[in-house]
Write a protein of this length. Structure first.
Length: 224
């Protein structure tokens, strides 16, 4: 009887721990995130996506779950499609400065994914002072929730000519005990920009076919 009782208690404890883990995972805010205000989430690429040619990119650092003091060696990676390298007239400006895609392959310590291997640039950012900045950081995982205190870099992106650009961010989180942790933004908090689909323009043959009808309609309206 006692064995059955303790077995039941153990199962209850395990179930409670499972519930706590699921809830905490759903609301856990990662150390690093990327977000574009006004963007939409693409579940296929697991990225926040925009079609704007001029937008704000946010790099967010949170205190939890590593009890972070600051995040150093912060690097923003911007990638283009491999076959669009050197595309005439194509450009990406970050905070008013042009970006050059001088590297090829997969960024250092970045898990291979999506657009890589391809051409990319590495843009170094100032430290995120997560323990002293006091900004409110939201959890941008779809279906997640919760907020945390941290620090945010607000970057201005202007681009054109390319069909697609992709963003990643990585850095070293230094906790309040001085221990260092390498972290990147999870794939569910990546960011991308796509060129808007151009409006359909009628071909000359289509216009010629429509022209008699339009002229007839105009004459009909005149005769009324």
């Amino acid at each position: 009887m006692r064995k059955i009782f303790f077995k039941g208690v153990n199962q209850l404890i395990l179930s409670l721990w499972g519930i706590i883990f699921i809830v905490s995972s759903a609301y856990a805010i990662p150390s690093l995130q990327l977000y574009i205000p006004g963007s939409t989430y693409d579940p296929i690429t697991e990225s926040w996506t925009t079609t704007a040619s001029d937008f704000e990119l946010q790099v967010l650092g949170a205190s939890s779950p590593l009890n972070a003091d600051y995040i150093k060696n912060l690097t923003l990676y911007i990638a283009i499609k491999e076959d669009e390298k050197g595309l005439p007239g194509a450009y990406v400006n970050l905070n008013g400065s042009p970006i050059n895609f001088n590297y090829y392959g997969n960024p250092f310590l970045m898990p291979p994914h999506g657009i890589y291997p391809t051409y990319y640039c590495a843009y170094w950012l100032p430290n995120l002072m997560v323990s002293t900045a006091g900004e409110v950081v939201h959890n941008y995982k779809p279906g997640g929730g919760g907020t945390d205190l941290g620090d945010i870099h607000y970057l201005s992106i202007k681009w054109g000519g390319y069909s697609h650009i992709h963003f990643d961010v990585a850095g070293i989180v230094v906790d309040k005990f001085g221990k260092k942790h390498y972290r990147k933004a999870p794939f569910s908090r990546d960011a991308e920009a796509n060129s808007p689909t151009p409006s359909a323009v009628p071909e000359p043959s289509t216009i010629l076919l429509l022209l008699p009808g339009l002229l007839g309609l105009a004459n009909f309206r005149r005769s009324i």
